[in-house]
Design a binder for this molecule. Sequence first.
Ligand code: PMP
Length: 394
Amino acid sequence: MNLIAAIDRKLATLAAHSLTRRLRVADSACAPRQVVDGRPMLAFCSNDYLGLAAHPLVIEALREGASRYGAGSGASHLVSGHSRAHALLEERLAEWMSPHIEKARALYLCTGYMANLAILTALGADLDAMIFSEALNHASLIDGARLAKAGVTVYPHGDVEALDKLLAASSASTKIVVTDSVFSMDGNLAPLPELLALCERHGAWLVVDDAHGFGVLGQNGRGALEHFELRSPNLVYMGTLGKAAGVGGAFIAAHASVIELLVQRSRPYIYTTAAPPALAHALQASLDIIGGPEGMQRRAHLAALVDSLQGALRLKRWQLAASSTAIQPIIIGSNEDALRAAAGLHEQGLWVPAIRPPTVAAGTARLRVTLSAAHTFEEVALLAGALNDIERST
Ligand code: PMP
């Protein structure tokens, strides 16, 4: 009884600070127009940036993958769960990343969260290694750094000079700089060219979490490394496949020796059942689209939607974050105001999540608007109008 009472007290504290999160149940496929908790909604909250989660060719490939390989993998990769579908996907992703990483090899993992744990625990396996972690990094990188044996130093957001000083002062045996490429709650880009130059100068690894860049950034959708035209043996790249690629899982691309170390030593890769091979098979269809003319059209439409949203917003007190990506957060401030704004939108059938601490810093609660190539200009105009009205009336 007391055990439950203690938990309930924690939950009550969350509620008192407007920090209770609410699960909503989607009754239909991830798409701008969906049924949520039984009600039709227009959604601006997924990371399905290219609209591939409900793409007929991807769904068909998933079906075909399940027919060919079955529903589940049955075991972890090193036991018997590594299927031809996984291997083919990894070969293709390695080839995709080979302009950016020498002797590139790729590894497919169940989630981006696990991929980040895998990278940081393997590279940071020694007590005298040091992880230099960007202040706004995603929770999975923070947890990966915590789980690693290496020490951890957090450097200020986007501050290349501060990082330079920290690297110069460090006597760590292995230095690992780790950053999101597109910051998930702000939408801005990390200064990757400058970070890579620093890492090369200091003999450090640069681990890039491109969860929100893969599929979206770069001429061919190959992500942040293509966008910035980077190539280096110091790069370790993580791209997620449940966001722009519309399916699930993630991949790590790095020099073949790094990947071999992960296969041999990385617990989040070794000690878990391999993702269903059908997902890997479906991802081939996603990559066909991302890398082909349709992907280019979708990226161009997405960029035009971002421009149209920015052009239509007339915010006075709230602040649109300085972002040119599909993540267009509107900073409101207090948790209560952010929740009220999200509730106001929800009443009008618009689904935009309020993001609060600890996901973002206290006092910077926000509406995290995300756009998708599946949206229309009319839908974006509807959202902008509703946001302008709600800001005026609160
Ligand atoms: N990194 C970043 C920056 C993310 O935003 C996310 C997902 N929100 C992840 C990693 C984790 O990826 P996954 O959802 O595939 O676990």
